[in-house]
Design a binder for this molecule. Structure first.
Ligand SMILES: *Cc1c(COP(=O)(O)O)cnc(C)c1O
Length: 357
């Protein structure tokens, strides 16, 4: 599928962060990146691996003006057996492709992205860290590179992949986070691009997240754009709420991201016979459940943190405390199950892992 990849090796190679060092998230980049270009005449061409470095964009490039930019994010793990495994790589590549489609970008066949990522991971395999909780984060991106200021889909694109060794996403690990429930600003509306992993969605979210941080909250919980009543998702995560014995998450409606961790969690919960519902959930129902003492756990799901327990939900008139600020039973079980599959210590019953060799 992929034409032969030219490899231009970096020299000298960078010093890798020491194993004892806190990696953070997206702070270090590996030695190499993948790049491929697209034009309407030539299609995708010139697949190459280069030293990680500047792209050389024209200041007229459409992405800089009209935000045709999509990305994805997945992880590669070093198992206890030393082998490297990517989590749900084909699904991440399929989503990148559909995000690009939503933004009227050049069609990017998912297999092409998958082959590119596998080749890059192989070359920079020494960058996959081995300390517990660490992994290699893979960030494929498609941008419009055509230098043209008319408003229409560009006819030139760059697909590139960069990688970063990462630790846990939140600085306080699996400690519950406090989330601000945003009741004024909106991230995405019905019919918009909220269901695509588009850079522009993040631009729309920053103002609320800065305000939430000022109030002492880690992230923002977005509500529906029309009524500001129904829960959608949290910053970089999908949201799950355990009310009594039911685990609820909002149904995919195109306004928020169809998370692959979300789908994995739903699959595991169903495997375990836990009652799950993809249904609308209003903040009134949430508050009522809390009042009745039935709000047992709230957690976010996403590639970066896997499972992130929520210990408090902030409103203008005060905070709902959840689970006495401790990690919930189901949150813990899910975290252990997903990470066990990722690090190869638990069987991979659903074929989620791709061995990189
Ligand atoms: C990436 C992302 C998620 C989580 O998706 P995963 O596939 O589980 O990583 C959730 N919400 C938004 C806005 C995202 O960009």
């Amino acid at each position: 599928m992929l034409p032969p990849i030219e490899v231009h090796r970096a020299s000298p190679l960078k010093a890798k962060p020491a194993p004892s060092e806190a990696l953070g998230f997206g702070k270090y980049f590996t030695d190499h990146m993948f790049r491929m270009d697209y034009s309407t005449e030539r299609g995708w061409h010139q697949a190459r691996i280069l030293p990680h470095g500047p792209l050389g964009l024209d200041p007229g490039a459409a992405v800089l003006h009209y935000a045709q930019s999509v990305f994805d994010g997945s992880k590669v793990f070093r198992g206890q057996d030393g082998k490297l495994r990517a989590f749900r790589l084909a699904d991440h590549c399929a989503r990148l492709s559909s995000s690009a489609e939503r933004l009227s970008m050049a069609p990017l066949p998912p297999e092409l992205a998958r082959e590119a990522i596998q080749a890059l991971v192989k070359l920079d395999a020494a960058w996959v860290p081995s300390a517990p909780g660490t992994s290699l984060y893979v960030r494929p991106v498609v941008i419009a590179s055509e230098a043209f200021l008319g408003v229409r889909p560009a006819d030139k694109y760059i697909f590139f992949v960069i990688m970063s060794p990462v630790g846990g996403y939140f600085s306080n690990g699996a400690e519950p986070v406090r989330i601000w429930v945003e009741q004024q600003l909106t991230r995405a509306a019905p019919g918009g691009i909220g269901g695509a992993k588009a850079a522009a969605n993040y631009a729309a979210s920053l103002q609320a997240s800065v305000a939430a941080k000022k109030r002492g909250y880690a992230q923002v919980l977005w509500l529906d754009a029309l009524e500001h009543r129904y829960i959608e998702e949290v910053g970089t995560m999908n949201l799950f709420v355990r009310i009594g014995d039911e685990v609820v998450t909002p149904p995919l409606d195109g306004t928020f991201l169809p998370g692959i961790t979300r789908e994995s969690v739903l699959t595991l919960l169903r495997d375990w016979g836990v009652r799950t519902s993809e249904r609308k959930l209003s903040i009134d129902e949430l508050r009522e459940a809390h009042q009745k003492g039935e709000l047992r756990e709230v957690f976010g799901t996403g590639t970066a943190a896997v499972i992130s327990p929520v210990g408090g939900l902030g409103f203008q008139d005060g905070e709902l405390k959840i689970g006495e600020g401790r990690l919930g039973e189901l949150s813990k079980r899910l975290y252990d199950a997903v990470t066990g599959i990722q690090y190869g210590t638990l069987p991979d019953r659903h074929g989620w892992m791709t061995l990189i060799e």
